[in-house]
Design a protein around this ligand. Structure first.
Ligand SMILES: *Cc1c(COP(=O)(O)O)cnc(C)c1O
Length: 406
């Protein structure tokens, strides 16, 4: 990648009211006007720099939005109260009753449930398919199709979408390509590869401290303004508004994202390589054995590595549960959903974050019930972590049973 978005982010400065090095937090839900005429104009969206009511916008949310637009290299960005708040607003803004969506079948469980179970209320149908099968994607387009939706690196199977190739399909058919980039901030810049709308759950890597829930929609100024429209904007009307206090704290945490991503990736790469050598069934985009390794290599910003998530298949849910409990007991991480924390987090997606997906569909997409998803932490001594994790595997006899070398 030629121009680094992280430089734009680095140069983005906001000062507090008294010259503070962080911007002041706007601790208000509503704003006063000297003249009634200005209030009317603001309501109509005709006054730059005027605030009306904090569901519409607030200074703190705008600062965070600008930082995220700089991160993704888009014109604009709207922050939301959760990742799902961003996803649902984007879909309901673009799709009308009876429309059609093409989506990757390996996506976040909540997004899958929303498309499959909730959008049906509006007669909006989704075709779920293998997003790496580009012919299948092109062939699924109908006159009612309104968007192609995927995750750059998918949850939980870590499939890598070829965003440039998908964007050639969407551009040819004049459809928006919507990409959830939650798993790979900085590593992949979907907008630069041709995505029209980039979504994040800020709850994960971008905030990085597992203390709040938030999301963002990055896109054109036109689209972001349409979401905020008082008469028909899904962002404004569905009401998934981020609190200003949280927006301010997320912006501060974002300042160390580049350092954290490099460390998450370095640690995950080390563990993935060593566990693969030990004969475990490891999935990590940074391994040459991963089907998306080359695609990822072509589209990534190399210095941030292949990301902080790995999965290991230990053959059965019993093994997975025993291993996770033992690792937690030995302080190697927490048995918890979510990702992007300083501590390693692990869960069995089949029975937790992807449990919305029916069992037979889980099997079809390769989501076995012995699969453990790891969000690798920022451990300073990853070699020690590796040895302690391996000891857990050996003590439970899991290494011998599941080894593909055996
Ligand atoms: C967590 C997550 C979401 C949902 O975000 P929330 O902040 O929990 O609403 C969406 N997509 C992906 C890939 C996620 O990991």
């Amino acid at each position: 990648m030629s121009q680094k978005n992280s430089n734009d982010l680095q140069d983005l400065q906001y000062f507090g009211e008294y010259g503070g090095v962080n911007p002041s937090i706007s601790d208000s839900s509503t704003y006063t006007f000297i003249s009634a005429k200005t209030m009317f104009d603001t309501f109509e969206g005709n006054t730059e720099g005027c605030y009306l009511y904090s569901r519409h916008s607030s200074p703190s949310n705008l600062y965070l939005g600008e930082a995220l637009a700089a991160l993704e290299g888009t014109e604009s960005a709207n922050v939301t109260a959760s990742g799902m708040g961003a996803i649902t607003a984007v879909i309901l803004q673009i799709c009308n009753a009876g429309d059609h969506i093409i989506s990757s079948r390996t996506i976040y469980g909540g997004t899958y449930a929303f498309m499959k179970n909730f959008l049906i209320k509006f007669g909006i149908k989704t075709t779920f398919l293998d997003i790496t099968d580009l012919d299948a994607v092109a062939n699924a387009i109908t006159p009612n199709t309104k968007m192609i939706y995927c995750e750059s690196v998918s949850n939980p199977l870590l499939e890598v979408a070829d965003i440039s190739a998908l964007s050639r399909i969407t551009k040819k058919n004049e459809l928006p390509l919507v990409v959830d980039n939650t798993f790979s901030p900085l590593t992949i810049s979907p907008a630069k590869l041709g995505a029209d709308i980039v979504i994040h759950s800020l709850t994960k890597f971008i905030n990085g401290t597992s203390d709040c829930v938030a999301g963002v929609v990055c896109g054109t100024t036109e689209f972001c303004l349409s979401l905020k429209d008082v008469n028909n904007g899904a962002g404004m009307l569905l009401g998934s508004t981020l609190d200003s206090m949280r927006a301010a704290s997320i912006l501060k945490n974002m300042r160390t994202l580049h350092i954290r991503m490099k460390k998450h990736s370095e640690n995950a790469q080390f563990l993935a390589e060593n566990f693969e050598k030990d004969g475990l069934r490891v999935v990590y985009p940074g391994l040459p054995s991963h089907p998306g390794h080359l695609t990822m290599g072509d589209q990534m910003n190399t210095e941030y590595g292949y990301g902080g998530l790995i999965t290991i298949d230990v053959a059965s849910l019993e093994n997975a549960n025993a291993l996770m409990e033992l690792m937690q007991e030995r302080k190697l991480g927490y048995l918890a959903v979510s990702l992007g924390f300083y501590k390693t987090l692990f869960s069995a997606p089949g029975s937790s974050t992807s449990s919305e997906i029916p069992l037979e569909e889980q099997e079809e997409m390769g989501l076995g019930n012995g699969l453990i998803r790891f969000s690798i932490g920022l451990d300073d001594d990853i070699k020690r972590t590796y040895e302690l994790m391996k000891k857990c595997l050996l003590d439970l006899n899991i290494l011998d049973i599941t080894s593909i070398k055996a």
